[in-house]
Ligand binder design. Structure first.
Ligand code: SAM
Length: 333
């Protein structure tokens, strides 16, 4: 057996999210409503060579899944280049190489992502209605994203996951329609509770549509059956349709049903900071360690020490909760 990364609560870390850019071409109101804050200068961002090097070390330490994210990861030039470099790590123990995207660039690029070695893709889609989509994302491109989903399917980037953040007063009434979409297009439709990670700091608990409410809304129209009793470190509770229709439902409820006890994730920001929790208020600069000439064993020692500091849980529901200063587009969702 290879090495494993463990934290001080005996959780095994298998899943690394790598943000490749802070830039984004969407303005989702729950993430970056007021546009991009100043973006870090290029010298502070990890180069593709640095990402490749540290990911090689992470895989040696037992990371099995790498998900590229952002910002919008497809805004980084030649994302296919880093995908092909990371795909090589599959010979060393990487099992799964995935990407989360808003889908804007997929109509032209889904095939090249697949050819570069990407296994799977998750595409964000917050509404099936043109006006609501525009109001939630700040851009009028619903048709283009739908074409992107189709292109990803054609390219064989399956199983395709679709992420929708459900927010009261915006898209709550579309929950069952999204389930119909999953059935029709044979995709894994994942519903995410709105988290306090918006750059406008306008999150309010009343806007959160709970996982339970989402489940009930779907179940009323399309009865659901849980997929497995044992969820492991999965973020979502998974369901299939009782009538055997294609597609799957996943409900991610970090606010009302936290799953921190089974968390297997750490994150690397585009400027090379390790974050041990979405809600961490401190970061650890792997970039500085790498750039000051640390040896591979020293880098491994640094990563192992940082992972031991992983928070036991998030504190969203505690009275003194403080949202992290960096928001989702900088953390890498
Ligand atoms: N640009 C890519 C995209 O749109 O998927 C990747 C980055 S985005 C930050 C990753 C995921 O985080 C998206 O599915 C997005 O909907 C989700 N997200 C962003 N802000 C959120 C929030 N405040 N609460 C819940 N999910 C959020």
């Amino acid at each position: 057996m290879g090495a494993t990364l463990k934290d001080s609560y005996n959780r095994t870390i298998r899943d690394l999210r790598v943000s490749v850019t802070d830039r984004c071409n969407f303005r989702c109101f729950y993430c970056l409503p007021h546009g991009e804050p100043p973006i870090a200068p290029k010298e502070q961002m990890l180069s593709y060579e640095e990402i490749e090097y540290v990911c090689d070390i992470f895989v040696e330490l037992g990371i099995e899944k790498i998900r590229l994210t952002g910002g919008e990861p497809m805004m980084r030039r030649d994302i296919e280049t880093i995908i092909s470099k990371l795909a090589v790590l599959k010979a060393k123990g990487l099992l799964d190489l995935a990407l989360t995207t808003n889908g804007y660039f997929l109509p032209d690029r889904a095939q090249s992502l697949k050819e570069a070695g990407l296994d799977r893709i998750t595409i964000s889609l917050d509404s099936l209605k043109r006006d609501v989509f525009k109001q939630m994302t700040g851009v009028d491109v619903l048709d283009r994203v739908l074409s992107g989903i189709e292109a990803a399917k054609q390219a064989g980037l399956q199983p395709i996951k679709i992420n929708a953040v459900i927010v009261r007063g915006h898209n709550k009434d579309e929950v069952a329609d999204f389930a119909a979409f999953a059935r029709e297009h044979d995709v894994k439709m994942r519903f995410i509770e709105f988290m306090p990670l918006d750059s406008g700091h306008e999150w309010a608990r009343e806007q959160v549509v709970s996982g339970r409410e989402i489940r009930e809304r779907i179940n009323d129209r399309f009865p659901l059956v849980p997929v497995d009793a044992y969820r492991g470190s999965e973020t979502s509770a998974r369901y299939r349709f009782a009538d055997g229709a294609p597609g799957e439902i996943g409900i991610i409820a970090p606010v009302t049903e936290p799953f921190c006890g089974a968390c297997s994730r750490i994150r690397l920001t585009a400027d090379g900071q390790i974050r041990t929790c979405l809600f961490s208020t401190i970061e650890h600069s792997l970039r500085d360690v790498v750039r000051t000439g640390a040896t591979r064993p020293e880098i491994i020692d640094f990563i192992e020490t940082v992972v031991m500091k992983k928070e036991p849980r998030h504190y969203i529901n505690d009275p003194g909760f403080v949202a992290p200063s960096r928001t989702m587009s900088f953390i890498g969702g």
